[in-house]
Design a protein around this ligand. Structure first.
Ligand SMILES: [Zn+2]
Ligand SMILES: [Zn+2]
Length: 301
């Protein structure tokens, strides 16, 4: 199938390494034949709101075609992180708030409930047309696969059921590193590991009941699941585990889940080979145009 939608693109306004200009995004997406594409810069907590406002100002000032939209990628965070950032308390625990506060040990009695540090009024004020909700880290430090599965599953269920979220980003990312998060980041009393901690074989160990329950929640709440080519087509992932991930998405399709497509571009320019490879993979796993929310996911609006 021909991909005509790319709702997951980061611009140079994103708080991370993303560096594409709005001009290049527009030119390249129209040249690829996209009929629906959009910006989706990162928002972890209110500390990043200035980045979204900056992207919104740039977007609004631009002479753009109707195919170009304005979205946001909202990270699921823990309530305690938002509470600390709201009070300006983040310096007290010695961390940098750009990526919320989890890269350090949480305070005594911290509330680990999944949380979004944004509301409907802020989304409206920024002119946001659609939201992508993403899990980017475990909420708690994880040492085992069981802990990582529980943590990521809990966050994805929260996003799938959340009325503010239209699309669940890159399902099951970042299980490949989350299962030994302590080794990959290092904490007081637990030094960072010197060997690589990325292990794609963990995707074969996701319990079927977890994937099914997530699929049910997506259907029930009208939340789309994302086919994220940047995540799924990573060249570092051995093909047997890539196959497992595509089959998990195909299982959701059979349950009635609707999808969106996104490249998760962070580079200055789009990767047409990645989009072409995704078209072949979508055919291989039986996806059709009807499985996608063309015309835009409109959960709340
Ligand atoms: Zn993401
Ligand atoms: Zn992203």
């Amino acid at each position: 199938m021909k991909i005509r939608q790319n709702l997951h693109i980061h611009s140079l306004h994103s708080c991370d390494s993303a560096c594409a200009t709005i001009n290049d995004i527009q030119k390249e997406m129209l040249a690829c034949g996209m009929t629906e594409f959009g910006l989706s810069d990162h928002f972890h907590t209110r500390y990043n709101l200035c980045d979204i406002q900056s992207a919104a100002n740039d977007f609004r000032s631009w002479s753009r075609p109707p195919e170009f939209h304005f979205g946001i990628e909202i990270t699921c965070v823990a309530k305690w992180e938002c509470d600390a950032i709201r009070t300006g308390n983040y310096e007290a625990i010695g961390d940098d708030p750009v990526y919320a506060l989890r890269f350090n040990l949480p305070p005594e009695g911290a509330d680990f409930s999944p949380y979004l540090d944004i509301d409907e009024a802020t989304l409206k004020q920024c002119g946001i047309e659609y939201t992508i909700g993403g899990v980017h880290w475990p909420l708690k430090t994880t040492y085992t696969l069981e802990e990582a599965l529980d943590d990521l599953f809990r966050q994805m269920m929260f996003l799938a059921e959340n009325p503010l979220i239209d699309i669940l980003a890159h399902p099951w990312y970042p299980l490949e590193v989350a299962h030994n998060w302590a080794d990959s980041h290092g904490f007081p009393g637990h030094p960072k590991s010197e060997k690589s901690v990325t292990d794609y074989s963990v995707f074969a160990k996701i319990p079927d009941w977890m994937n099914e329950k997530l699929g049910e929640a997506l259907v029930k709440n009208g939340t789309c699941a994302e086919i994220n080519s940047g995540d799924l087509n990573s060249p570092a992932c051995p093909s047997e585990y890539r196959d497992i991930r595509w089959r998990q998405l195909a299982q959701w399709r059979e349950m009635g889940v609707t999808f969106t497509f996104g490249t998760d571009q962070h580079a200055a320019h789009s990767n047409r080979a990645d989009i072409a490879a995704s078209e072949l993979l979508l055919d291989l796993y039986g996806f059709k145009e009807d499985d996608f929310a063309y015309g835009f996911p409109k959960k709340r609006r």
